[in-house]
Design a protein around this ligand. Structure first.
Ligand code: AHM
Ligand code: MG
Length: 315
């Protein structure tokens, strides 16, 4: 039987055909990053790279390598004019295709501190259409678009299997890398978030420092829903479980992170887009994640993502 590969995206919704080459590029990057991860300990690619990213966080060598791989694969599609990355202070313009129509935002290796313990990590991405004229060079303001403008988004989970989960605005579909065929094959068609049940997922050690009156609401939510608890501390792994099993993932504001820890463009918007496409709810402080107008490439926001009933009790 013929398996369904990433090319099926071309038939999905009105943006599927345009997004397919970009998502296939993400798939190629994912295959290379997965390979790199498997052998990283032998090649000395784990451990600090010696630099800091824009957030002042230690960059691991593998963060830098993953970023290079992703940029290269976006270049090779010919449809991407620039990439905004969590690992790069400024927008990376792809000079040969500076007149192309799309920009991609990426966290090339999210949760990389989990690599010390051979824990799961991920790549998170979204695609927007440029605002500036195609005769000009793309600029940072092209990336500062609310989640409502996102055309496609997804993540790759590097777990026991490598999975690519994405949406072009026509539902959320999960593809698993098959080492026998060397392709991503459709394994989770039309992922829908369960309306109830599942788990809550949060770094509860911060509860005494949470802002926005969350602590009391949280106690109430636990009592009313009876949800179990799971927390990997790697957003892609925690969100993948939340999409499949239901419940809520949150990274709220706290005294140390008054706007939360996660980045609007690289983490909150793409995951929010997927959650909404899967029938769930994506909230930030005072409204939907998808309605926030970004003001900077590396802005952070509190996030509450998951099944509507649990999210509504918290946000
Ligand atoms: P990173 O982009 O520096 O890897 O940080 C993001 C990660 C997320 O994957 C995860 O949800 C969060 O940090 C966990 O933070 P904490 O350790 O504070 O619970
Ligand atoms: Mg990250």
């Amino acid at each position: 039987m013929m398996s369904t590969t990433l090319s099926c995206i071309a038939q999905q919704g009105k943006h599927g055909a345009a997004m397919m080459p970009i998502i296939q590029g993400v798939g190629r990057a994912a295959t290379e990053i997965a390979y790199l991860l498997r052998g990283a300990v032998f090649r000395g690619a784990l451990g600090a790279a010696g630099g800091e990213n824009v957030q002042g966080e230690q960059q691991q060598k593998i963060d830098v390598l993953s970023d290079e791989i992703f940029l290269e694969e976006m270049r090779s599609t010919g449809f991407v004019c620039a990439v905004g990355s969590e690992e790069q202070e400024e927008l990376q313009v792809i000079e040969e295709y500076a007149d192309a129509e799309y920009l991609v935002l990426v966290d090339p290796l999210d949760g990389s501190s989990n690599l010390d313990i051979d824990g799961p990590v991920g790549t998170i991405f979204s695609v927007v259409r440029r605002i500036s004229d195609r005769s000009q060079r793309p600029v940072e303001s092209d990336t500062l678009q609310a989640g409502r403008n996102v055309i496609a988004a997804g993540y790759v989970l590097y777990g026991p299997a490598t999975m690519l989960v994405c949406s072009v605005g026509a539902g959320v579909h999960g593809f698993t890398y098959n080492p026998n065929s060397a392709r991503f094959e459709l394994s989770h068609p039309d992922m829908r978030m369960p309306a109830s049940g599942g788990y809550y997922s949060v770094n509860e050690a911060n509860a005494d420092k949470w802002l926005d009156g969350l602590k009391d609401k949280f106690v109430m939510m636990k009592q009313r829903t009876g949800l179990g608890m799971r927390y990997v501390g790697s957003m892609v792994a925690d969100m993948h479980r939340t999409l499949l099993k239901g419940g809520v993932f949150l990274y709220p504001a706290d005294e140390k992170n008054p706007n939360g820890k996660l980045r609007l463009l690289y983490e909150a918007i793409p995951m929010g887009f997927l959650v909404v496409q899967a029938g769930g709810k994506a909230m930030s402080r005072g409204g939907s994640v998808l309605d926030i107008q970004p003001e900077g490439l590396h802005q952070r926001v509190p996030v509450y993502l998951g099944s509507a009933d649990a999210v509504d009790m918290l946000a």
